[in-house]
Design a protein around this ligand. Structure first.
Ligand SMILES: Nc1ncnc2c1ncn2[C@@H]1O[C@H](COP(=O)(O)OP(=O)(O)OP(=O)(O)O)[C@@H](O)[C@H]1O
Ligand SMILES: [Mg+2]
Length: 317
């Protein structure tokens, strides 16, 4: 098992109190697996990815642990985490497309980045060129400025940089969201290729775009208001979801070949709770059509199939 996350909590310390953005989350990612993570805006997807890379104020580690290849990550010690970042785990952050300095050529940018990490660029220059070819970027791209590249090309450059040292875990946060549909497909196919070629061992692929996950994820984890609602094999989550929230989320996916007039998108009534002071018990209860008195208590994890787990009190799941 590459990744084992147990009871992880990342809170944001604010003047009004702690925002419980990630609150007691447990999951694992097997070797060679792409775990898709989905959920509404604000449910804690970026908090999870960013916290695994760098816990810094106002974010704090409020509990839990993460093991990567059998070793506990020192999440609360940013300096110690420096030795893991990039080498053992790496992130392609949300909005990474615009992260590169537009006035610095790509080759120079990577050279500076490697230097800041104590890595000899000349030793990996050839590997960098090979990887740029692997993601089908034209020759000589190192001599170009980011501003000269399309969004899809920039995204591929960022992917190459993030995976240059073959990290065990690659965290992708909304890496396809700003791209057109065909470029989305290229980028997600490349993530799978990185895994297939064993450049990375496992991938956490965060998006609110469930159809993208259907294409590339081996398993899907659905988050709601900072917690896990359901996790399981992709086919089961898409075609046989058990949690009322997952069912509503899948039903809300727009169908191809039907216009808005023909079929109004099913939406989930209500909105997620504020994470500054979330309600006791199941966080979905206010919006759930099956609400029962026991929902005031937090549901325990229930195994409903092979590797399929659901956090819900409903009896006939
Ligand atoms: N710096 C911060 N200070 C306080 N609260 C924060 C901070 N950053 C995020 N939050 C809160 O944490 C919660 C989770 O945010 P996060 O960005 O992880 O959501 P997300 O699932 O990635 O959303 P999206 O799909 O829009 O990217 C939200 O309620 C957000 O308002
Ligand atoms: Mg996000």
């Amino acid at each position: 098992m590459s990744v084992e996350v147990e009871n992880l909590k990342f809170y944001y310390r604010t003047r009004k109190g702690s925002v419980k953005a990630l609150d007691d989350v447990s999951f694992s990612i097997a070797d060679g697996e792409i775990l898709g993570i989905a959920g509404e805006s604000g449910c804690g997807k970026s908090t999870l990815s960013n916290g695994l890379i760098h816990v810094c104020p106002p974010m704090e580690l409020a509990g839990g642990s993460v093991r990567l290849d059998g070793k506990n990550l020192p999440l609360d010690k940013p300096d110690e985490m420096n030795t893991y970042r990039f080498r053992n785990l790496s992130i392609i952050p949300q909005y990474a497309l615009n992260a590169m300095n537009p006035t610095v050529k790509i080759g120079r940018y990577v050279q500076d980045l490697m230097q800041s990490r104590g890595i000899d660029y000349s030793a990996i220059e050839k590997l960098f060129a090979d990887r740029l070819r692997f993601v089908r970027l034209p020759e000589g791209i190192q001599k170009r400025y980011p501003i000269e590249l399309s969004g899809g090309m920039k995204q591929r450059v960022v992917m190459v940089i993030s995976t240059l040292l073959n990290p065990s875990l690659l965290l992708c946060d909304e890496i396809t969201s700003a791209l057109d549909v065909s470029t989305q497909k290229v980028v997600s196919a490349l993530v799978a290729a990185f895994r297939d070629e064993k450049i990375v061992k496992s991938v956490s692929f965060v998006t609110h775009d469930v159809p993208v996950l259907y294409q590339i994820a081996d398993r899907i984890l659905i988050m709601y208001a900072g917690q896990v609602a359901e996790a399981g094999p992709t086919e089961e989550i898409i075609h046989a979801a058990k949690h009322p929230y997952t069912q509503a989320l899948v039903a809300a996916m727009p169908e191809m070949a039907s216009t808005y007039r023909q079929k109004k998108h099913a939406s989930i009534p209500g909105k997620p709770p504020a994470l500054l002071d979330p309600p006791e018990g199941c966080r979905f209860k206010e919006r759930c059509p099956y609400r029962m008195p026991c929902c005031d208590e937090r549901p325990q994890k229930r195994l409903v199939g092979n590797g399929h787990e659901v956090y819900c009190w409903k009896e006939d799941l």
